[in-house]
Design a protein around this ligand. Structure first.
Ligand code: IMP
Ligand code: MG
Length: 179
């Protein structure tokens, strides 16, 4: 199939170098905060995969990694807050220091669900590290311990983030310029 239309990649909001620099800083901070703890990184698939894999290489404290995959009912650009677990964690988290690693917090509804769901499993601590946040869009009040970048109310693609499963492979974060 040929697709002759221009790629829907708009203005770059976060350049590759800025991603790299921020990820290093977050890794340092997390390493210091979790030294001597029992850190389990929980990556939320699929959006957080690039962020998580870069971030964990910058964490010097011992850590383990597990994944959850969730789908939020809604349109391509708006989540409804009704979340379905597509893949659950492999192991229990009771008594562990869990850090949820998310690509972006938009309405906050997905994260609110995850915090309740994982919180009920009685981890010793439960915190959030999100690469991006869109504060203007927030509907649920969720506490984010570590944030990469605050961005305006734009739909973005790249560095793991998709529009209908495409553009996750872009090495920067850009505005989605398609329809
Ligand atoms: P929330 O429940 O509205 O906070 O949305 C959470 C999920 O929606 C994120 O984990 C992303 O997968 C997706 N999402 C929200 N905003 C964007 C965006 O600008 N680009 C790509 N995906 C997004
Ligand atoms: Mg998505």
């Amino acid at each position: 199939m040929t697709d002759n239309s221009a790629p829907p990649i708009g203005a770059i909001l976060v350049e590759q170098d800025d991603l790299r620099e921020r990820v290093i800083a977050l890794g340092r901070q997390i390493s210091a905060d979790y030294e001597g703890r029992d850190l389990l990184l929980v990556g939320v698939l699929k959006g957080a995969m690039l962020f998580l894999s870069d971030l964990m290489r910058e964490i010097s404290a011992p850590c383990e990694v597990d994944f959850m995959a969730v789908a939020s009912y809604g349109s391509a650009t708006d989540s409804s807050g009704v979340v379905r677990i597509l893949k659950d964690l492999d192991a229990p988290i009771e008594g562990r220091d869990v850090l949820i690693v998310e690509d972006i917090v938009d309405s906050g509804l997905t994260l609110q669900y995850l915090l309740r769901n994982l919180g009920a499993r009685e981890p010793r601590s439960l915190e959030v590290c999100a690469l991006l946040t869109k504060p203007e869009r927030r509907k649920a009040d969720v506490a984010i311990r570590y944030t990469g970048f605050e961005i305006p109310d734009r739909f973005v693609i790249g560095y793991g983030l998709d529009h209908r499963e495409r553009w996750r492979n872009l090495p920067y974060v850009a505005e989605f310029a398609g329809s």
